[in-house]
Design a protein around this ligand. Structure first.
Ligand SMILES: *Cc1c(COP(=O)(O)O)cnc(C)c1O
Length: 372
């Protein structure tokens, strides 16, 4: 039996007992009761995105978050289109890799991973590439924890007649997003991030008119977003293939808990408090935060290694012994590790984590090395 720990990673994350409990039954995948749950959560997702059922539709796709992003890229952008991808981390890069796999024409703007994407940079690329038809960017780049300013960029891109795609995987449900005001055509997230469900499916919130125009573009059968949408509309929420039934029930419970917590605004506040407490406490112990406070998301924080010979693996193991699992870094310029604070994680958990880190720092003289 694995010793239990608090997951301080950006998904899968720590879920509530009730969310886990909702999976304690073997549900039927095509029964009417089940289809009603699907319809109900599709509707709730539109509420979270602050859009109407008339103009938008939420479509779940089996698989992890990447499957949802790939379904949008591979099944809504045709060979005649050109995709512009703004990249400042691994998830932006992943979209570029998808475009390569499908032979989709694309232009990439690659920005330093420690800096946010700016409207100025995006405008310049658009001016140089008048044939761009689609634009994709990441909201919270989980690679570093940076929060890209979609509200400054996306409306301006959309005003030029470009279809907009936002990977809001690690922010949706934890950071308020007004999809219509921000002119987002496709927004992608998944069951196991800020909504605090378990892993198993992703979902796309799409502007109906644009999704319907994408009929027939799909390059694979299983990731055909239009087809999944059409089947759900025709058949009252029926998924095309076996759906993750346990995950869906857990997700329905997670949405209920999000509502009980006070919705996205209240959850966002809890995450902000967690992040501030974490960053301040770690800095007091001698760790340095990678991202400028102005651009730091409330989702996950990157810390620079306190010394050249910092042994992350050892640090990780010691923290795990104490009941906390953290996350390695993912960027090339500076060695970092990451600590997520989303999920069923509260102020007192951060206090306990900081005490555990302090104890390890004191015991291993980390603090001294850091000041050398
Ligand atoms: C988690 C995440 C994804 C999806 O990753 P999966 O491992 O496929 O769930 C995509 N984009 C961002 C920004 C993420 O944080």
């Amino acid at each position: 039996m694995v010793k239990k720990y608090l997951l301080l990673t950006p998904g899968p994350l720590t879920t509530s007992e009730k969310v886990k409990g909702a999976m304690d039954f073997d549900y039927c995948t095509w029964d009417d009761d089940y289809k009603r749950i699907t319809q109900s959560f599709r509707h709730s997702l539109l509420d979270l995105a602050q859009v109407s059922e008339k103009e938008y539709s939420a479509v779940p796709i089996q698989g992890s978050g990447t499957y949802g992003v790939e379904s949008v890229i591979s099944s809504t952008i045709s060979d005649n289109d050109k995709l512009f991808i703004a990249i400042n981390g691994a998830y932006g890069k992943r979209i570029s890799e998808m475009a390569d796999v499908y032979g989709i024409k694309h232009v990439d703007l690659v920005v330093d991973e420690r800096q946010p994407i700016t409207l100025e940079q995006v405008t310049k690329v658009l001016d140089e590439n008048p044939d761009v038809t689609h634009f994709a960017m990441i909201h919270c780049e989980t690679t570093t924890g940076i929060l890209n300013p979609i509200e400054e960029i996306i409306p301006k891109v959309s005003d030029r007649g470009v279809i907009t795609i936002v990977d809001a995987m690690s922010s949706f449900g934890g950071v308020p997003i007004d999809m219509k005001a921000n002119k987002i055509d496709f927004l992608i997230s998944s069951s196991n991030k800020c909504i605090q469900g378990v892993p198993g499916f992703s979902f796309v919130i799409a502007r109906r008119s644009i999704l319907e125009a994408a009929k027939g573009i799909a390059r694979t059968l299983s990731l055909d977003l239009y087809d999944q949408y059409a089947e759900m509309e025709r058949n009252n929420g029926k998924w095309r293939f076996t759906s993750p039934t346990h995950v869906v029930h857990a997700f329905a419970e997670a949405l209920k808990e999000l509502n009980e917590e006070g919705g996205v605004v209240a959850r966002h506040q809890r995450y902000v408090n967690n992040q501030k407490h974490l960053a301040a406490g770690m800095e007091e112990l001698g760790f340095k935060v990678l991202i400028d406070r102005k651009f730091q998301s409330p989702i996950i924080t990157s810390f620079i290694y306190p010394s050249d010979d910092f042994d992350f693996h050892k640090f990780y193991q010691e923290l795990k012994e104490d009941g906390f699992v953290i996350y390695p870094g993912k960027i090339s310029q500076v060695p970092t590790f990451r600590i997520g604070n989303i999920g069923e994680v509260y102020d007192e958990d951060i206090t306990k984590l900081l005490l555990a880190v302090k104890e390890i720092v004191d015991r291993t003289n980390l603090q001294l090395k850091c000041n050398e």
